[in-house]
Design a protein around this ligand. Structure first.
Ligand code: DGL
Length: 268
């Protein structure tokens, strides 16, 4: 039965588990398959053509493994490749994009910051979203250079990461931002560090929950929602299984008590 098939999720690495966690929380009966393409991370410094090829590779593997829908849990892959994927594959895709619209609407200072990869900030899709929703606000775009490799190396608490993050945030605070949009699915793992650096009036916006809700809506419209049973989850890394395990483990202990979770190495 098609609703027994999995929600396939991919990212350039472990960061998309921030989105996967939202999906599993929102849709507790669903089976999932997660691909962490850490061997090829970061995507954010690659050309658009390379990002499209990597997205094709991940999509085809997720289809082979039995996905009924694919969540592109990576802003860089979404903004560069989702149009191509939607045109070439007959499976629904859900993407993640920087949440500029709510930040622009809610901003009082009319100044917002966005932290994202070079690949996302340079993409056509990002520029058209900016044209649509950010006409009336000042948007300070900052490339989070160096952050993804440190997160992929599980260096969340390192001094190097803290120094980089502080320098990026300071640029935005100087511009008077009151909202900080996290435009990369790796960055929600930096929220504890960001909260130590940011003044309390600056609101952090990320898109994880919206992606999970959109996944639910599309599955429901297609009659593909799995609404009973126990969710089973397969997570694969093509690089360091230990790092993926550590990103998933805290959540696994608190939220996934009854579900089956397997984390394995896979060459893809
Ligand atoms: N998680 C990816 C994103 O949302 C990280 C990009 C990268 O690998 O550079 O953009």
């Amino acid at each position: 039965m098609e609703n027994q098939q999995a929600i396939g999720v991919f990212d350039s690495g472990v960061g998309g588990t921030s989105i996967w966690q939202e999906i599993v929380t929102q849709l507790p009966f669903e089976n999932t398959i997660y691909l962490a393409d850490s061997k090829y991370a970061p995507y954010g410094t690659r050309s658009s053509d390379e990002i499209i090829s990597l997205s094709i590779k991940n999509t085809e593997r997720l289809i082979d493994l039995g996905s009924k829908i694919i969540v592109v849990a990576c802003n860089t892959a979404t903004t560069n490749a989702i149009d191509y994927l939607r045109t070439h594959y007959d499976i629904p895709f859900i993407g993640i994009e920087p949440a500029i619209k709510p930040a622009a609407l809610q901003s009082i200072t009319k100044s917002i910051g966005i932290l994202a990869t070079k690949g996302t900030l340079n993409s056509n899709l990002f520029h058209s979203t900016m044209d649509k929703y950010a006409q009336d606000v000042n948007v300070l775009e900052v490339i989070g250079e160096g952050l993804v490799p440190l997160i992929e190396a599980n260096q969340l608490e390192s001094e190097e990461l803290k120094t980089l993050l502080t320098s990026y945030v300071e640029l935005m605070l100087d511009a008077g931002i009151d909202h900080l949009v996290l435009g990369c699915s790796h960055y929600p793992f930096l929220i504890p560090q960001l909260k130590k650096i940011l003044p309390t009036h600056v609101k952090i916006i990320d898109s994880g929950l919206a992606v999970a809700k959109q996944t639910e809506t599309v599955l429901s419209l297609n009659g593909n929602l799995k609404i009973e049973g126990i969710g089973s989850h397969m997570l694969y890394s093509n690089k360091d299984v230990g790092v993926l395990e550590s990103f998933v483990s805290r959540f696994r202990e608190s939220e996934l008590k009854n579900n089956t979770v397997n984390i394995r190495y896979l060459d893809f």
